[in-house]
Design a protein around this ligand. Structure first.
Ligand code: C5P
Length: 220
């Protein structure tokens, strides 16, 4: 398969030296890219700024902001069979980016934020037969939020991730996730390394790709 994977945070500029971002390390997305490439898939990795080296054998597309990530995903999606959005895209960006470094003369400052585009939701019309996988990093109502996002973003699978636990989610090498697919199947996985979580997600994707191909053939 040709798999497009996004990873890491995005950075939303405030001025030439400051930005808004989040705690994503990019580890989950990079593990997915590494495992997928090792299994012989064609991998394009669109990554926000992280401290990781791109895995060997992947096409690497570095981006900074949510708008840049959206443009890169739109550019590469037509040649891909599946999209895995593991990136923690910033939800807001400053309305205005100051061309000069802001002075700290005033005691307080109000930043006006505008929403960034939802990359997955904005690709609805371009999905076609492609398989879309998203992540839901939540601190409460994990499964309810995962089901809502699966539906709202027109996904085939969502990887629900409780990020309120120290040993799972942001920055660490382990994760505890629940896979929820569009047919309603819920699979809670125990705490495991992100490499193993990546392998389970790719197992699901490969099985899904295979059955889609079988269905396509039987319809021909
Ligand atoms: O931020 P949220 O919880 O809605 O993220 C759920 C999924 O949507 C993730 O897979 C994330 O990569 C994706 N997302 C996106 N565009 C955004 C925000 C999130 O595609 N602006």
């Amino acid at each position: 398969m040709r798999i497009l994977i996004t990873a890491g945070p995005t950075r939303e500029a405030i001025d030439p030296v400051r930005f808004l971002s989040n705690r994503s390390s990019g580890k989950m997305g990079y593990c997915l890219a590494r495992v997928a490439a090792r299994r012989g898939h064609g991998v394009t990795l669109v990554s926000g700024p992280v401290a990781l080296r791109p895995p060997e054998g992947v096409t690497f597309v570095p981006v900074t902001s949510a708008l840049e990530m959206l443009a890169a995903v739109k550019r590469h999606l037509p040649r891909c069979d599946a999209l895995i959005m593991a990136a923690a895209v910033a939800d807001w960006r400053p309305r205005n980016v100051s061309p000069q470094k802001l002075k700290k003369a005033t005691a307080s400052r109000v930043l006006c934020l505008v929403p960034t585009p939802d990359i997955l939701a904005s690709l609805r019309s371009k999905k076609g037969r492609r398989i879309f996988i998203g992540f839901a990093a939540e601190t409460e109502r994990l499964l309810a939020e995962a089901h809502r996002k699966l539906r709202d973003k027109n996904l085939d699978l969502i990887v629900a991730n409780d990020v309120s636990r120290r040993d799972a989610g942001f920055e660490v090498d382990t994760n505890r996730v629940t896979l929820v697919d569009a047919s309603g199947r819920v699979q809670a996985l125990p705490l495991m390394t992100k490499m193993k979580v990546a392998a389970r997600i790719l197992d699901w994707l490969e099985a899904c790709g295979l059955s889609a191909r079988v269905l396509q053939r039987s319809a021909e």
